[in-house]
Design a protein. Structure first.
Length: 90
């Protein structure tokens, strides 16, 4: 499974696409933990008191997992995972 990382998250991890040890049947949370294990520098940026910070969007197939089963959402074959920090522009 792969995570697509955006903005400063990609810079912190060193790449925009990061492969993790997760497969169909695992949860988004499992894939997220695998990402943080592989790139521990992300922890300070995406976690708040051990939970995903409110301002970080966790997406599966373009939809926020908050609208599904949260981090307990089950992964299916072909799923695309993404992390979006808050982005502003001008």
């Amino acid at each position: 499974m792969e995570w697509k990382l955006f903005a400063d998250l990609a810079e912190i991890a060193g790449d925009r696409v990061v492969a993790v040890d997760a497969e169909p049947g695992d949860t988004v949370g499992d894939a997220f933990e695998s990402l943080l294990e592989a790139h521990p520098a992300l922890r300070d940026r995406v976690l708040d008191d051990g939970e995903v910070a409110d301002h970080i969007n966790v997406l599966r197939n373009g939809s926020n997992v908050h609208h599904e089963d949260g981090m307990e959402t089950r992964l299916e074959p072909g799923d695309e995972l993404a992390l979006f920090p808050p982005v502003s522009g001008g």
